[in-house]
Design a binder for this molecule. Structure first.
Ligand SMILES: *[C@@H]1O[C@H](CO)[C@@H](O)[C@H](O)[C@H]1NC(C)=O
Ligand SMILES: *[C@@H]1O[C@H](CO)[C@@H](O)[C@H](O)[C@H]1NC(C)=O
Ligand SMILES: *[C@@H]1O[C@H](CO)[C@@H](O)[C@H](O)[C@H]1NC(C)=O
Ligand SMILES: *[C@@H]1O[C@H](CO)[C@@H](O)[C@H](O)[C@H]1NC(C)=O
Ligand SMILES: *[C@@H]1O[C@H](CO)[C@@H](O)[C@H](O)[C@H]1NC(C)=O
Ligand SMILES: *[C@@H]1O[C@H](CO)[C@@H](O)[C@H](O)[C@H]1NC(C)=O
Ligand SMILES: *[C@@H]1O[C@H](CO)[C@@H](O)[C@H](O)[C@H]1NC(C)=O
Ligand SMILES: *[C@@H]1O[C@H](CO)[C@@H](O)[C@H](O)[C@H]1NC(C)=O
Length: 467
C-alpha cells in the first residue's frame, strides 16, 4: 500500500513539474501586444479582444486599467498587464490607503477571471522631466505590492517600464552603464525590489530609434534583425552579435551587472517598428515594419528557446508595440504608425505573434524611404479637419516668427484663394521653414501634413524646408 503510494507519488511529481515548466516556457515565449488607445477611431474593447486573439497574442499590456477592456478580457487565456498612471505616483508613494484603493478599484473586481499578472507603476518615468516622480517611483511600487499582498493577489507582480535612456552608455554592450544621476537613487532600489519580489526589469527597446540616430554606422539589416548579414564583435568580451536587439539587451544586462544584479530578468515591455513616417523621417514603412516584427517574433519564439550572447539561456517575455495605429499620438509621424492593425481592424501586413507561421504569402510593398528624402518639403493643412481648430492653428502660426503670414494678408501675393485651408497651408509652410532647425514641427495637433508637391503658383511662392 505504502509502496504503491510512494511510486505513484514519485511518478506524479516529475510529471507535474514537467507540465508546469513547459507551459511556463511556452507562455513566456509567446509575445504579447501593447493595446494603446490614443486614437479617436479605434474599435470597441470586445472587438479589440477578438482582434488580439486573431493575432495570436499571448498577453496584452494596457496603459491604464480601463474597466471595459478588463471586462472584455474576462475568461480569456490572455495574460494582462495594467498600469498605474504617472500622475498619481507621488501621491501613492505617500499614502497606503490610496494604493489600496487603486488595487481594490482596478484589479480586485476583475481578478482572477481576467488574468491580470502585472501592475506596472507609471510609464517611462525616468524619461519624464519631472524628477520628483523619479524618486517616488520605487516607494509607490512598494506600496502597490503591499496592497496586492494584503488582497492576496499572489500571481500579480509589480514593475515599471523604462526606456533605453535609463542607460548613459550602451556601446559597446559590455560598457552598458545606467545614468549616473539615477543609479543610486532609483535604479539600485528598483533592482533590489525586482530581485526581492522575483519580478522583471521592464524595458522599452527599439532598434528603430538607435538606427535612425546613426544610420551611417548601423546597417539597416542589423536593426531589422535580418539573419546572417552583419556581425559585431564586442572588443572587450569578444561576444559576437548578429542583430542590434541582442546588442541593446546585453548592454542592459551589463549595466545591471555593474550595479550588482547580474541575474535580474528582463521583460521586453515594448518593441516594434513604424509602418509609416513623415517625409522628413526615414525607414518607417510597411516592408520594414513587417520584416522587423516577423523577425522579432521568430527570435522570441526560437525552439529550443535561446537568449542573447551574454545570456544564452534566458527567455524574454515580450509585448510588441502596438495593436493599432493611433492617430492622437503627438510628435513625428512615426508615433502614429506603430500599429499591427489599422484603426478599422484590418491588418497592415500579415503577422502571427505565436511564431507558428513560417512564411507569409502576400508580397510586401518595396520600401521607398530608407534614405533621407532629398528636395523641398512643404507643410499643408490636412483635408477634412475641424475648421475651428484649423483657424486657431493658423492664428497661432501667424503669431510666430518674422512676417510669417505677410503674403496672405489682403493684397498679398498668396491672399487668393481667400479660403481657410489655403491660408493655413501657407502659414504652416512659412512657420515650419523658419522653425524647423530649432525643432519646430509640421504637426499642429494633426491638422498639418508634409508634402513633396509644390503648392506655389503664379507669383505666390510657398516657403519650404530642405533636409
Ligand atoms: C490618503 O488617501 C486617503 C484616500 O484618498 C485620504 O482619505 C487620506 O486623507 C490620505 N491621507 C493622507 C495622510 O494624505
Ligand atoms: C467574469 O465572468 C465570471 C464567470 O462567468 C463572472 O462571474 C464575473 O462576474 C465576470 N466578471 C466581470 C468583471 O464581469
Ligand atoms: C531635479 O530638477 C530640478 C529642476 O530641473 C533640478 O534643479 C534638481 O537638481 C534636480 N534634482 C535631481 C536630484 O536631479
Ligand atoms: C566606455 O564608456 C566610457 C564612457 O562612459 C568611455 O570613456 C569608454 O571609452 C568606453 N569604452 C569603450 C571600450 O568604448
Ligand atoms: C536577490 O535575492 C536573493 C533571494 O531571493 C538573495 O539571496 C540575493 O542576495 C539577492 N541579490 C542581491 C544582489 O541582493
Ligand atoms: C481599413 O483602413 C485602411 C487604411 O485606411 C484601408 O486601406 C482599408 O481599405 C480599410 N479596410 C476596410 C475593410 O475598411
Ligand atoms: C473643433 O475644435 C474646437 C477648438 O479646438 C473644439 O472646441 C471643438 O469641440 C471641435 N469640434 C469637433 C466637432 O471636434
Ligand atoms: C526674426 O528677426 C529677428 C531680427 O532680425 C531675428 O533675430 C530672429 O532670429 C528672427 N526670427 C526668426 C524665427 O527667423
Amino acid at each position: 500500500m505504502s509502496q504503491t503510494h510512494k511510486i505513484g507519488f514519485i511518478w506524479f511529481i516529475p510529471l507535474l513539474c514537467f507540465l508546469v515548466s513547459t507551459s511556463n516556457a511556452e507562455i513566456a515565449a509567446k509575445p504579447g501586444v501593447n493595446y494603446g488607445q490614443l486614437g479617436n477611431n479605434l474599435p470597441h474593447p470586445e472587438t479589440s479582444v477578438e482582434l488580439i486573439k486573431t493575432l495570436k497574442a499571448g498577453r496584452v499590456k494596457l496603459y491604464d486599467a480601463n474597466p471595459k477592456i478588463l471586462k472584455a478580457l474576462n475568461k480569456t487565456d490572455i495574460q494582462v498587464s495594467v498600469m498605474v498612471p504617472n500622475e498619481i505616483i507621488i501621491e501613492i508613494a505617500k499614502n497606503q490607503t490610496l494604493a489600496d484603493e487603486w488595487i481594490s478599484t482596478n484589479v480586485v473586481p476583475f481578478y482572477p477571471h481576467t488574468k491580470i499578472r502585472y501592475v506596472l507603476v507609471g510609464n517611462e518615468i525616468l524619461s519624464q522631466p519631472d524628477n520628483v516622480t523619479w524618486f517616488n517611483l520605487v516607494p509607490a511600487m512598494i506600496r502597490i505590492r503591499k496592497s496586492l499582498v494584503s488582497f492576496r493577489l499572489r500571481k500579480v507582480k509589480v514593475s515599471t517600464p523604462l526606456a533605453m535612456d535609463c542607460l548613459e552608455t550602451s556601446f559597446p554592450p559590455s560598457n552598458g552603464t545606467f545614468r549616473s544621476g539615477v543609479t543610486e537613487s532609483v535604479i539600485r532600489p528598483l533592482l533590489e525590489f525586482i530581485n526581492g519580489t522575483k519580478s522583471f526589469f521592464f524595458i522599452d527597446v527599439y532598434t528603430y530609434f538607435a538606427w535612425v540616430a546613426n544610420p551611417a554606422e548601423i546597417k539597416l539589416d542589423y536593426a531589422l534583425l535580418e539573419p546572417g548579414k552583419t556581425r559585431y564583435t564586442d572588443p572587450v568580451t569578444k561576444l559576437v552579435y548578429t542583430n542590434l536587439l541582442e546588442q541593446m539587451l546585453d548592454a542592459l544586462f551589463f549595466a545591471m551587472r555593474r550595479v550588482g544584479y547580474p541575474n535580474s530578468r528582463i521583460f521586453i515591455a515594448e518593441t516594434g517598428w513604424p509602418n509609416g513616417c513623415d517625409v522628413d523621417q526615414i525607414g518607417g514603412n510597411i516592408y520594414n515594419a513587417a520584416t522587423y516584427n516577423r523577425n522579432v517574433v521568430k527570435w522570441l519564439t526560437r525552439k529550443p528557446a535561446r537568449g542573447t550572447p551574454l545570456k544564452p539561456t534566458v527567455v524574454f517575455p515580450s509585448f510588441i508595440f502596438a495593436l493599432y495605429n493611433e492617430n492622437q499620438k503627438t510628435g513625428p509621424g512615426t508615433e502614429r504608425h506603430f500599429g499591427l492593425l489599422y484603426p478599422n481592424g484590418t491588418s497592415i501586413y500579415e503577422i502571427d505573434l505565436s511564431g507558428k507561421t513560417e512564411e507569409y504569402k502576400k508580397a510586401l510593398p518595396a520600401p521607398t524611404n530608407n534614405e533621407p528624402y532629398k528636395g523641398p518639403i512643404w507643410c499643408m493643412a490636412a483635408r477634412g479637419v475641424n475648421v475651428t481648430a484649423l483657424a486657431g492653428a493658423l492664428s497661432y502660426a501667424c503669431g510666430q516668427g518674422n512676417g510669417t503670414c505677410d503674403p496672405i494678408q489682403s493684397g498679398g501675393k498668396c491672399f487668393r484663394p481667400n479660403v481657410l485651408r489655403w491660408h493655413a497651408s501657407y502659414a504652416f509652410s512659412s512657420y515650419w521653414a523658419q522653425f524647423k532647425k530649432a525643432g519646430g514641427s509640421c504637426y499642429f495637433n494633426g491638422l498639418a501634413v508634409q508634402t513633396t508637391e509644390n503648392p506655389s503658383f503664379g507669383s505666390c511662392k510657398f516657403p519650404s524646408v530642405t533636409l
